[in-house]
Design a protein around this ligand. Structure first.
Ligand code: ATP
Ligand code: MG
Length: 525
């Protein structure tokens, strides 16, 4: 009923929602519209609330034609000048995880470890439960230490026991990192270099693997848990840890300096919208608007760079979906945690060793349509499934959502267009754009700023088409004003002064227009 139809109704008027025409146009005088194709300037001020998406095909009307792909990546709103002046950051100090270990310690550990491996029967050990196995190893290692007459303090001995247990039973030196919930990413670049991301900043750690062989064994152990294999003949592998953390391994010879392992740690306590407000990622009014967007079944695209918080934001938005709705999620590695009672979770599958059996995101999204979904949530839109998602959005599954990698809302829309074009659909550009503008209501842009903080930099809505160009309108922007002595970014979220967004009628249908009006008014301050 609320499926958006392709319309050519730019400006502040209502769109989608039955095109009733009974909605008063935006009461505020519309500011002059940016010239279509004028390039992405990271619009920041209220004086330019309406922005034209640079999606012009050749032979357009009043502006030189500009391929969508040439849009420069947007700086976060208001940040261009400051960004240009910023000096490269220096790498922070190495973070010490656990006690510092000397070369001598590693030598002793290798001796004891080898003696242990000679003594125990690993297949027997594998049959024991974790605690019993740890006790067993503890007894044997203590015996080896006394036989070999190694001089060690109690604390050193405890450390050694811990490390050896981790090596034999767990993921070795990664264990202390995996145990921490404040780490967002673990990045292992060969045996000697382990980096972590904490509070948005990447730091080197003192953690080291014995050699690339040990690292490769651990990678192998991780991926074998999900029935996959990584070696020289198939050196790229995605996997998941038991706790849900997302893992990627790329081994030699593709990775030149040893196996490279990247882990996106699964956060046990998922961030909620209120946490994002506390972190300053969005203002309370902006959060309120996002809540209304989620609850009033807008079709949403969440755009952002890598690690910018797209999945987190998607997870937050799904929190406002009604309990009675049937939701189907499609992901490459299940990360979303929906709280509703009626959720079907689907996951793609890579090809097996014979190269068969692959199930792509497109297969899943297409199949979803036969599963009576009310909302379809796609973890990450990367390819031709964009077409099926738009179709779903357009055919009664409104309130569907997805994330994609792009640096601005405008770029997000042109990326969707390229995904569809590259997917081999033989459709005229204008048709694809009409489909995009007819399906997507709101684009939310997330960004990881250079101080490590994550911000929601744009809440923009898609208004329709003007000629060949998709018209978007920013409702909310993050305006960067500078940075403090510690290098932290200073700025604020500002409303662009749009008093009646295009999804007003949807909000009214769901009884939320009063709250929307309040939030917009409060946002104007
Ligand atoms: N607003 C925020 N403030 C602080 N930390 C955040 C915020 N949003 C997300 N994070 C943290 O940043 C990390 C990356 O978040 P997330 O997985 O949502 O990013 P993503 O954009 O989906 O990444 P990818 O492109 O790799 O899929 C997570 O550890 C998450 O907890
Ligand atoms: Mg993600």
């Amino acid at each position: 009923m609320f499926g958006k139809r392709p319309v050519s109704q730019p400006g502040g008027g209502s769109k989608g929602f039955g095109q009733s025409g009974d909605t008063p146009a935006a009461p505020k005088p519309a500011a002059p519209r940016a010239k279509p194709g004028s390039g992405d300037t990271g619009v920041t001020t209220k004086s330019r609330p309406v922005e034209a998406a640079t999606m012009r095909s050749g032979g357009g009307s009043n502006a030189p034609s500009e391929p969508a792909a040439s849009v420069a990546p947007a700086a976060p709103a208001g940040g261009k000048k400051q960004m240009a002046a910023a000096k490269p950051r220096k790498a922070g100090a190495t973070e010490t995880v656990g006690a510092e270990r000397s070369a001598e310690y590693y030598a002793v550990k290798t001796t004891i470890f080898n003696a242990l491996i000679d003594t125990i029967d690993l297949s027997q050990l594998a049959r024991l439960d974790n605690d019993t196995a740890r006790d067993e190893i503890r007894d044997i290692v203590t015996e080896i230490i006394s036989i070999k007459n190694v001089a060690m303090s109690i604390a050193e001995q405890e450390q050694l026991l811990q490390d050896i247990c981790n090596d034999v039973l767990g993921y070795g030196p990664l264990e202390p990192l995996l145990a921490r919930d404040d780490i967002a990413d673990i990045m292992v670049n060969g045996a000697g270099d382990v980096f972590i991301e904490v509070a948005g900043r990447v730091k080197k750690t003192n953690i080291k693997f014995r050699d690339n062989g040990q690292l490769m064994n651990i990678c192998q152990r991780i991926v074998s848990q999900v029935g996959r294999r990584v070696d020289e003949s198939s050196p790229i592998c995605d996997a998941r840890l038991a706790d849900g953390s997302r893992v990627n391994v790329i081994a030699t010879p593709l990775s030149l300096d040893g196996p490279t392992l990247t882990i996106r740690k699964f956060k046990k306590d998922k961030l909620k919208l209120s946490n994002l407000v506390d972190f300053g990622s969005i203002s309370p009014e902006g959060a309120r608007i996002l809540e209304i967007i989620g609850a009033s079944r807008c079709n949403v695209l969440i755009s952002g760079g890598t690690g910018s918080g797209k999945t987190t934001l998607l997870n937050c938005l799904t929190g406002f979906i009604g309990e009675e709705e049937r939701i189907i999620t499609c992901e490459d590695a299940a990360e979303l945690q929906l709280q509703q009672p009626h959720v079907v979770r689907l996951e793609t599958r890579p090809p097996n060793l014979e190269g068969t059996g692959q199930v792509t995101m497109r297969d899943l999204v297409k199949n979803c349509l036969r599963m009576r979904p009310e909302r379809i949530i796609v973890g990450e839109v990367r390819g031709p499934e964009a077409f099926d998602l738009l179709q779903a959005m357009n055919t009664g599954h409104d309130g569907s959502m997805g994330t994609l990698h792009a640096n601005s809302p405008r770029e997000a829309l042109s990326r969707i267009e390229s995904m569809i074009t590259m997917g081999g659909y033989n459709l005229p550009t204008k048709t694809i754009r009409e489909m995009i503008s007819g399906s997507i209501d709101v684009v939310i842009q997330a960004a990881r700023m250079r101080d490590g903080s994550r911000k929601i930099t744009h809440i923009s809505e898609v208004l329709g088409m003007e000629g060949d160009v998709i018209i978007t309108q920013d409702l909310f922007l993050y305006e960067m004003t500078g940075e403090n002595a510690d290098g932290d970014i200073i700025g604020k979220h500002v409303s662009t002064g749009i008093a009646r967004p295009a999804f007003w009628d949807r909000a009214r249908y769901f009884g939320l227009e009063g709250q929307l009006a309040d939030a917009l008014e409060a946002a104007e301050g």
